[in-house]
Write a protein of this length. Structure first.
Length: 270
């Protein structure tokens, strides 16, 4: 009996240690490669999502160094870099350094779409040279290639569905022979994304499912999909577009279990 209790205690101790070890957020860089005849040279994109005013060492050194290491041509942000509640100082420290690394393109997430903070967020981001792409597109010249970058408004509870559908339809109709990238915060609108002409769709929002089943790609929960959501991280072939979902960078009071925060490094090759 005493031996059995000792074994059970040892197992519980090991499980407890593993829980805390895997609850410590360790920044990762996840790599994707895309081949297309629409670019002339290799283009490197770094994607940052769902930062939510988190901290990555003194002066955001851990995160900034990881981004510098990738030497990106563009930094793309599909929303929730700023948080509507948390202190903005970590964002200020980060953005003040990113503006010296590469041009930044941004679409609001659901937190930034709150009416009470959106205008202030716009002015704040633009003060660091961030380009906000809101239900429109910009053409960006990179290494002898012009990319067309679209930004789709995050739909809120009060947004009529036909308004959102009309916006994504109108933008899809503006895709031409340039390589087209859509920044759209939520990955759950897969059926709508499948009907578009974009080459690449970049999303976040799901935070990787917050907790993940160990050694799998299965997240446990997302507010949009409920338990065991499908679209929490990774690349998804949607026909014409490829959708890549970031697990994001948020660190808060809810532990990220078996779910490390990440930046995406995407190489587009001719």
């Amino acid at each position: 009996m005493i031996v059995t209790l000792s074994i059970i205690s040892a197992i519980l101790l090991v499980l407890t240690i593993l829980f805390f070890v895997f609850s410590i957020p360790k920044l990762q860089t996840t790599y994707h490669t895309i081949n297309t005849n629409k670019v002339q040279e290799e283009i490197k994109l770094v994607v940052l999502a769902d930062f939510h005013s988190s901290k990555y060492g003194d002066n955001q050194e851990e995160l900034v160094n990881a981004i510098k290491k990738e030497n990106p041509d563009l930094i793309l942000m599909p929303g929730d870099i700023v948080d509507d509640v948390r202190d903005r100082t970590p964002c200020t420290i980060l953005l003040n350094q990113l503006k010296h690394i590469a041009p930044m393109y941004y679409i609001y997430g659901n937190h930034e779409m709150k009416v009470s903070v959106r205008q202030r967020v716009k002015e704040y981001l633009e003060s660091f040279g961030v380009n906000i792409v809101f239900n429109t597109f910009v053409d960006v010249n990179v290494k002898n290639t012009t990319l067309r970058i679209f930004g789709l408004q995050d739909p809120q509870e009060k947004t009529p569905p036909d308004t959102w559908l009309r916006a994504i339809g109108e933008m899809s109709n503006q895709v031409d022979d340039k390589y087209s990238i859509l920044l759209s915060h939520r990955p759950t609108f897969v059926e709508e994304y499948k009907e578009t002409k974009f080459d690449l769709i970049l999303c976040g929002h799901a935070h990787g499912g917050q907790w993940r089943i160990p050694w799998t790609e299965q997240g446990v929960f997302c507010s949009d999909e409920g338990l065991f959501p499908k679209y929490t991280s990774g690349a998804f072939d949607l026909g014409t577009p490829t959708m890549i979902v970031s697990r994001g960078l948020c660190k808060n009071f809810i532990p990220r279990l078996f779910n490390q925060p990440e930046i995406l490094s995407i190489t587009i090759k001719p």
